[in-house]
Design a protein around this ligand. Structure first.
Ligand SMILES: [Zn+2]
Ligand SMILES: [Zn+2]
Ligand SMILES: [Zn+2]
Length: 161
């Protein structure tokens, strides 16, 4: 699932499969139960697709891949599920790509930062140290609700080649 122009192999694919995928979904179900939310079938399916992907997915990718037998979903089903997953901290939207990734840090509603490879299109999440920026915002009297940082460049696999 790499972009057409990436000629570099030897990528580590972060997409989950098999037991790792099952485990991640079970964890998500448990976290929903703790907050009295429900991981309904469409929400679970969208999360499953995000977790299994090796790069950010756009809403229309999710709509197309939604049905296990290949039939597409109704768009509102996917948009509502994405909304839920984002709100609960299971997924993040990468604005510059208009695409979604599962949260890899399983923290609830944390600030998110992504290293986006402009060659192969992978996006790796890391926890940003925003203390200086937030202090500056506070000094200006701002109350910051959320920050998403998007850094662009080349991933190790694409750099090495
Ligand atoms: Zn590449
Ligand atoms: Zn996250
Ligand atoms: Zn790359």
């Amino acid at each position: 699932m790499h972009t057409a122009d990436c000629q570099h192999d030897d990528h580590e694919h972060p997409g989950l499969s098999g037991r790792a995928l099952d485990r991640a979904l079970t964890l998500a179900e448990r976290r929903c139960a703790e907050t009295a939310e429900r991981l309904t079938a469409p929400r679970r399916r969208v999360l499953e697709l995000l977790l299994g992907a090796d790069q950010p997915l756009k809403a229309y990718d999710l709509i197309a891949a939604f049905g296990e037998a290949g039939e597409p979903a109704k768009p509102p089903t996917v948009y509502r599920a994405l909304d839920f997953l984002e709100r609960q901290g299971f997924a993040h939207r990468i604005e510059s790509l208009n695409a979604f990734v599962p949260c890899r840090l399983d923290g609830e509603n944390h600030s998110a930062a992504f290293l986006i490879c402009s060659c192969c299109g992978t996006a790796e999440e890391f926890e940003p140290d925003l203390s200086a920026g937030l202090a500056a915002a506070q000094a200006k009297g701002y109350e910051v609700a959320a920050v998403t940082l998007e850094a662009r460049g080349l991933c190790p696999a694409c750099r090495a080649a």
